[in-house]
Write a protein that binds this ligand. Structure first.
Ligand code: HEC
Ligand code: HEC
Length: 219
């Protein structure tokens, strides 16, 4: 009894400020832990995707800012299980594949995806030449069914935003879908939705045209 009374005395708001600061410390401690998990995990990604998640062209690493949490999470799962990025001709995908292995659990993948999805998205430099945006606008009529007239994407259809993304990355992806480097694994349900769309684009010129139009949507 004596010891429990002294315990009671010691917590008996003798010093309300102490108690208050204890509560604040506990609360802020748990908040910091919750939102730094994704941030901490993202540190392993910055060498290629840049701290602001705008990507690094020299690393062939695309911008991630602007992509939704759902899309990022799905792609990380695909890389981790080898559904994307495992094709022997997928030079850039093969660089990303081992990085997804550093994320031990689905919880970690969610944490890093949620952190990235909160970063602001701003326009990136265009580098492709020879695309005709006017021709591309006509081609984009098909794409907007899933990616939206504004290019913002649609999570319900699993279609990512196409805004503020490098044109060279988009060209590689369209070529990858068309040649079957991406979207042919039998478990790649959403890749299989995009693959026939890449077939509509007759040649590299058509790809460059539609990308030139997509780039105008970002401005
Ligand atoms: C060694 C460089 C490198 C590192 C480190 C790296 N990535 Fe990547 N990442 C890439 C490359 C290259 C691609 C493009 C692959 C392709 O063309 O298919 C990519 C693609 C992605 C994509 C697909 C984007 C899209 O639009 O479909 C996501 C998501 C991604 N990375 C997330 C991450 C996360 C999260 C980390 C940290 C855990 C990470 N990456 C670390 C190089 C890297
Ligand atoms: C039926 C719906 C649908 C249509 C129509 C469609 N897409 Fe997609 N697109 C998708 C889906 C779903 C994905 C994501 C695939 C995955 O999960 O790997 C995607 C992915 C992409 C990507 C890769 C983005 C990235 O960050 O890696 C590009 C580029 C793209 N689409 C461009 C286009 C273009 C250009 C057109 C029109 C010619 C088009 N899409 C039409 C559904 C569609």
């Amino acid at each position: 009894m004596k010891s429990s009374r002294s315990l009671a005395e010691s917590v008996s708001l003798k010093s309300p400020i102490c108690v208050l600061s204890l509560i604040v410390a506990v609360l802020s401690g748990s908040l910091v832990r919750a939102d730094t998990r994704g941030e901490q995990l993202y540190r392993n990604c910055t060498i290629c995707h840049n701290p602001d998640a705008q990507g690094i062209p020299l690393q062939k690493a695309p911008a991630l800012s602007g992509l939704s949490e759902k899309y990022i999470l799905e792609q990380l799962k695909k890389y981790k299980s080898g559904i994307r990025g495992k094709h022997p001709d997928d030079v850039a995908g093969l660089r990303m594949l081992p990085m997804a292995q550093t994320l031990a659990s689905e919880e970690d993948m969610k944490a890093v995806a949620s952190h990235i999805a909160e970063l602001p998205s701003t326009s990136v430099e265009s580098s492709l030449e020879g695309g005709n945006a006017t021709n591309g606008q006509a081609l984009y009529a098909v794409c907007q069914a899933c990616h939206g007239p504004d290019g913002k994407g649609n999570d319900l259809l699993n279609a990512p935003s196409l805004l503020n993304q490098y044109d060279w990355y988009q060209l590689t992806q369209l070529k990858n879908f068309k040649s079957g480097i991406r979207g042919t694994n039998p478990q790649d349900i959403t890749g299989a939705q995009m693959r026939p769309m890449s077939m509509i684009l007759a040649d590299e010129q058509a790809m460059k045209d539609v990308i030139a139009y997509i780039q105008t949507l970002s401005k």
